[in-house]
Design a protein around this ligand. Structure first.
Ligand SMILES: NC(=O)c1ccc[n+]([C@@H]2O[C@H](COP(=O)([O-])OP(=O)(O)OC[C@H]3O[C@@H](n4cnc5c(N)ncnc54)[C@H](O)[C@@H]3O)[C@@H](O)[C@H]2O)c1
Length: 326
């Protein structure tokens, strides 16, 4: 099969693309390689993919999903061969949406719409799998968060764009018969991860001998989910047969919310160093706790997270040392 992966230079996209290459698929990757965080890390992920694919099963196009002409050219060039799309490119991050809201509208709304337009014109396409986020649950206080909960109270622009993506996708399922699966990811972490996320910046700070910038007293809870478990859930979604016009949503989370203090304990254990703490007030948009109800994902996708936080952090720290400190 030929699978288009958007955001292929990103954290989750590069790992999904690697897993697809490993099982023998042809992968077309696209990414704008923007500088939201160090583009050298994105280039290094692409280098790794090229070497895994031995120059054969991975092709890459450097393009911006918000560029309509570039998307139409991609459709004309590769559209006939594409069997599935995994759409992971987005402007991620809750806090940056206070700084650069335009990036969220361009990538997450216009970009998502261009992917939908492309998808509906592909003759062989089985389905489009796309990334949503646990942030759509906003200030939901009922835990664990269920797909059946109301999600009309986003606390950040990022969350609003992710929820809007779900609505756009539902409309394309109805209007154009486009089969889709939306996946609400919960705080994904692991090797080749994102430098803007707490587990990454805490690890960097601890190795640099700097204090960790902690929001509040560290009691905020997140359903930290290891990258390999997420990749398994994405592939299971892609493989599951789906009818024309069907749109499904699933949570992909670890189903075991841990506090930021638990995260710090895990990083201390993996690095063998003691953290210095700098507690600062949480910025607007940060939710107190996330926790995924994964009953439906278990039932329909066979989704079964296998990696506990201390074990996943150990693997992340091993990668970090190898990548930055070797
Ligand atoms: N990592 C998490 O914890 C998490 C949680 C919930 C949802 N998500 C979602 O999962 C997806 C992947 O996230 P990630 O953590 O890998 O983030 P990432 O930032 O590492 O990857 C996203 C990639 O998309 C690319 N991109 C952004 N805008 C683009 C555009 N307009 N055109 C082409 N490429 C563009 C970026 O350059 C980047 O390489 C995103 O949709 C994100 O919103 C991630």
């Amino acid at each position: 099969m030929t699978i288009l992966v958007t955001g292929a230079a990103g954290f989750i996209g590069s790992q999904v693309a690697a897993a697809l290459v490993a099982r023998g698929e042809q992968v077309i990757g696209v990414d704008s390689i923007n500088d939201y965080y160090d583009p050298r890390l994105k280039q290094a992920r692409l280098d790794r993919l090229r070497s895994l694919a031995k120059g054969e099963s991975f092709r890459f196009h450097h393009l911006d999903l918000a560029d309509r002409a570039a998307m139409e050219a991609l459709t004309a060039r590769d559209g006939q061969s594409i069997d599935g799309i995994v759409h992971l490119a987005a402007q991620a991050g809750v806090r940056y949406s206070l700084v650069n809201p335009h990036a969220y509208i361009a990538s997450n709304l216009i970009g998502h719409m261009h992917v939908l337009e492309m998808a509906r014109h592909l003759p062989k396409l089985r389905q489009l799998v796309y990334a949503s986020s646990s942030s759509v649950y906003g200030g939901n206080t009922k835990v664990p968060f269920s797909i059946d909960d109301r999600v009309d109270n986003p606390l950040s622009l990022y969350a609003a764009t992710k929820r809007a993506d779900e609505a756009l996708s539902i409309s394309y399922a109805h209007s154009h018969g486009l089969a889709q699966t939306g996946l609400r990811f919960f705080t994904v972490y692991g090797p080749w991860g994102r430098p803007d996320m707490a587990y990454f910046s805490f690890t960097k700070a601890i190795f640099d001998g700097e204090p960790l910038r902690i929001f509040g007293d560290g009691s905020m809870r997140r359903d930290f989910t290891y990258i390999d478990d997420i990749v398994a859930g994405v592939l299971a979604s892609l493989d599951r047969p789906i009818d024309a016009g069907q749109h499904r949503l699933y949570n992909l989370g670890n189903n075991a919310a841990a506090s930021v203090n638990d995260l710090i304990v895990a990083i201390e254990a993996a690095t063998g160093r003691k953290a210095k703490r700098n507690e600062v007030p949480p910025p607007p948009g940060e939710v107190a706790a996330t926790w995924a109800d994964i009953e439906a994902s278990r039932r329909d996708l066979g989704f079964q997270p296998k990696t506990a936080l201390p074990q996943g952090i150990e693997r992340f720290v091993a990668w970090y040392k190898d990548y930055y400190l070797a």
